[in-house]
Design a protein around this ligand. Sequence first.
Ligand code: SF4
Length: 362
Amino acid sequence: MMFQRYTHLVDDALAGLAPSRETCRWIMDGDDVQLLALLQAAYVPREKVFGRKVKVHILNNVQNGRCQEDCGYCSQSKDSDAPIEAYPMKTDEQIFAEAEQAAKNGASRYCMVLSGRGPSMERTKKLAGLIKGVKDKYPVEVCLSVGLIDDQKAQILADAGLDRLNHNLNTSERMYKDICTTHTYQDRVNTIVAAKKAGMSSCSGLIVGMNETTDDIIDVAMKLRELEVPSIPVNFLIPIEGNPMYSDHTLTPEKCLRALCLLRLINPTAEIRAAAGREGHLKALQPLAFWPANSLFVDGYLTTRGSDMANTYRMIREAGFEVEGNKLYEAEGGEAQAYRVDDTALPILKPEVSRKSSCVPS
Ligand code: SF4
């Protein structure tokens, strides 16, 4: 009887149906949820669309800080005391060099992120030129996160070849005013709609761990479904000292996995990303994220550190998954067979029991 519940989850996801709200609440909070069975239920639609592939994204923080908005989770907001170094937009040379590096490292996408409420028309046109330049030179898809965008600016970026525009909803409409007062939830929805109208793909996700209720998580997951967002980063709040929203102390590895499963089952064909905070919140359960999720970021986030490329690729491979279209990964091939205790190069024998170079009486 119990396992029928997981079978229904799979059947509904494969049929493109969202779970009921009651089922969503059970996924997040049910005491009798068996985590491995839930992960397997989320894996079936993931595997159907994406096989065992994992997409790797690299963020380039093209402009840092100096933002006049007050998003409470963001270390670049006007209300954050986080000791970050603000810098203006990077030079074209820097941006091209970083795009080249991302392409060489085999990233599927190169994501440029600029702080701020949204670009002026002049800035939009400059970004359009950069996007075209990167796409002409390197075999990467380009994603841009640049704040609020109207229809006209979205069209300029789409015409330049932008593959995807990112703008996260972050939480439910009900909770939005608790995390930001300088723009509205509807402003964010309008940006996603503008991207879609211009013919671009969109990327929009959420942050879990901001003192939201289970229903807030369900609401935003359902809204992303309604907007037919094809790429959904699921972020877990990183506690950055100096930010107004620091930590709600509710995130456990299991809760993070349940949230990823919920997003997968509500959005069965979307790219679900185990995004910011995966390392610090999922901890030892991190590889299990590949059952519901099929993508992640490497080399950290906008202002915080994360797992580097070598460790992330190794984790993907050792969990039995495959980095999508990555040459570096393919070249590394046999390392998965190597015995490893941790990331140090220390010998296998414990120092206190291993033979010293000179004769030591026992
Ligand atoms: S999330 Fe974006 S708009 Fe909000 S404070 Fe940070 S940089 Fe500014």
